[in-house]
Ligand binder design. Structure first.
Ligand code: COA
Ligand code: ZN
Length: 333
């Protein structure tokens, strides 16, 4: 059973939530979200206590027009102390732009699946590794830490299962190249709880010092179950997106990330320490449909918190009186 206490200190376990909505979420949107609204969204997320925020991506503006305002966004957000503002970077050009814009961290991407990597990044994995090694070298010169997100770590929609040994080998190569952290991404929602628990444990044994993040999509309804199974296996960092926005433009059938406010709501009930203010997250999530122009997957925004109680129905008093009258009648008989 999931335990919320640290085996070392006995204190409530801290779970670090990393918001990816402004990048993984907004990159999918057909309508361009105005720059000022993106900045207001990120500022609201900073105030809500997230540990890390993936604020934007320094990618080709032709490839992802939705994020063509990366420089302005990074310059104009209010940087809350303690929050790490990370940015997705696909290549050297992106790294130079992100470093100039004072990103706190560069998040590089490569797929564990050869087919997905070729389809998504138009390179073999070996070519991607060589190119990203140059990016890591540049980032180290600039003293900016690097995280590497490994897509399709739990399965590829074109190749099927990916051997966990292959996933861990790529993670180890990036670790040796100087990455501070590795994210295992379930890009298309193929992960399941026992699988993620095993890989999280094996990762820790192989790379005890690397910062491990798990990135789940809710494509097949297993997002929260995968988070809880990972926590049981010792993981403490998760990507999530406000409202459950998200997807990958190159991953067939991909749907939203696990939803930030749903994870915070569940973990708070289980008495984990997420550092997040659920009320502020819910208020920000409620503003999303107007921003993106459509409904959002979040269940909590629709249903409210577990103890957001409802008034009884209007005819409640009538039925109660009738029931009580029958009860006292029955008692007299
Ligand atoms: N920032 C700005 N412009 C960039 C860029 C970057 N990081 N990387 C490439 N470009 C520009 C080039 O300058 C070039 O522009 P031009 O045609 O005006 O000269 C154009 O994009 C093509 O560049 P090229 O080096 O041939 O790259 P490519 O076409 O092979 O693109 C990617 C490769 C991956 C960089 C690009 O497709 C991309 O940014 N994709 C987005 C990937 C992504 O975010 N996926 C979602 C996350 S999984
Ligand atoms: Zn994703």
């Amino acid at each position: 059973m999931t335990t919320n206490l640290s085996p070392w200190t006995g204190a409530r376990r801290r779970i670090f939530l990393q918001e990816v909505g402004p990048r993984d979420g907004l990159q999918m949107e057909s309508a361009f979200v105005p720059t000022a609204d993106k900045i207001a969204l990120i500022d609201a997320l900073s105030a809500a206590g997230l540990a890390k925020i993936e604020a934007t991506a320094f990618v080709s503006p032709q490839a992802i027009p939705a994020l063509r305002d990366a420089e302005v966004v990074l310059r104009e957000i209010v940087r809350a102390p303690g929050v790490v503002y990370t940015c997705l970077v696909p290549n050297l050009r992106g790294a130079e732009r992100a470093i100039d814009a004072r990103a706190d961290e560069l998040n590089l991407v490569m797929s564990c699946s050869e087919t997905h990597n070729l389809a998504n990044l138009r390179m073999t994995r070996a070519q991607s590794f060589a190119a990203l090694s140059e990016v890591i070298a540049l980032a180290r010169q600039a003293k900016v830490p690097v995280n590497v997100s490994l897509s399709c770590a739990f399965g590829c929609p074109m190749e099927g299962d990916i051997d966990p040994a292959v996933v861990l080998d790529w993670a180890a190569r990036f670790d040796a190249a100087g990455a501070r952290g590795i994210t295992l991404c379930d890009t298309t929602g193929m992960a399941f709880p026992t699988q993620v628990a095993q890989l999280a444990r094996d990762f820790r044994v192989r790379l005890p010092k690397a910062e491990l993040t798990l990135h789940f999509h809710n494509t097949r309804g297993m997002g929260l179950a995968n988070v809880l199974a990972s926590i049981d296996a010792g993981a403490d960092r998760f990507d999530a997106s406000l409202g459950g926005l998200g997807g990958c433009p190159y991953a067939p059938g991909a749907s939203g990330n696990v939803c930030t406010e749903e994870i915070v709501h569940a973990l708070a009930l289980m008495d984990f320490d997420t550092g997040c203010d659920l009320g502020l997250l819910l208020a920000a999530a409620a503003r999303l449909p107007a921003l993106v122009g459509h409904d959002i997957p979040s269940q909590i925004v629709k249903a409210g918190r577990r103890l957001d109680l409802h008034a009884p129905p209007a005819d409640f008093a009538h039925w109660r009186e009738r029931a009580l009258a029958r009860e006292s009648g029955a008692a007299r008989d």
